[in-house]
Ligand binder design. Sequence first.
Ligand SMILES: CC(C)(COP(=O)(O)OP(=O)(O)OC[C@H]1O[C@@H](n2cnc3c(N)ncnc32)[C@H](O)[C@@H]1OP(=O)(O)O)[C@@H](O)C(=O)NCCC(=O)NCCS
Length: 221
Amino acid sequence: MDKVIIIGGSGAAIVIGEAINHAKEKFGLNAEFVGLLNDADVSEINGVPVLGKTADAANFIKEGYKFLFTIYKMGGQPGRIKLFRDLKIPDESMFTFVHPLSFVSPSAKLAPGVVVMPNASISCGTKIGKCCLIMSNVTIGHDNNIDEHCFFTASSCLGSYLEIEEGVWVGMNGTIRGKQKIGKHSAIGIGSIVTKDVPENELWIGSPAKFHKSVNDKITM
Ligand SMILES: CC(C)(COP(=O)(O)OP(=O)(O)OC[C@H]1O[C@@H](n2cnc3c(N)ncnc32)[C@H](O)[C@@H]1OP(=O)(O)O)[C@@H](O)C(=O)NCCC(=O)NCCS
């Protein structure tokens, strides 16, 4: 049985951890979410034990634990991705979680550390990079190339033949038309419809989506 530690805090980490334990109890998944690594000085978050700080990952790797990384926010992605990479967690110590109530095409390729939540769907030929989070009800079309550390929040919807670069963040119900390119660390607002290529480090909103500001500017979630 894999013992899974999630690097993260309130929000995505606990939502995903609960889904892992739901899959274990209802569908016999051979894995269990056991707690968090978090740099705050707390022993628990929302009733979930904090087992240590992020720097303690090395000790847990030696003990055979598996990991997920869920610290994603709109803006500031490069720092968080660096935090993860500096931990040097080997691929074989990353957990890949596909909830049994999701659909992943047999020809889709998921890298280590990917999460696919209930009711999500990933179509044929799509490649998803390390540590991407595909939340509930997300639909991802076919033949997409999605780089590492992207976060597709609930009910976002992606067409096909997309190039999505590292660290892209898509808000709830955000929709991306097929054959577009979304540049590194860019973000799409809630309910926004992207019909054009989005350059790096930009937040686009609205329908059709347009440039709103840099992801490095102050943003209210
Ligand atoms: C875009 C977003 C990040 C806010 O950015 P911001 O620069 O702080 O924007 P503000 O809240 O100051 O709003 C600025 C204007 O943009 C509008 N706006 C904000 N988000 C918008 C969106 N997604 N689509 C269209 N218009 C939007 C606001 O209504 C406001 O309009 P006004 O100037 O006419 O009053 C936020 O609205 C958003 O979309 N967050 C994503 C939330 C989400 O999906 N969370 C996932 C759950 S984890």
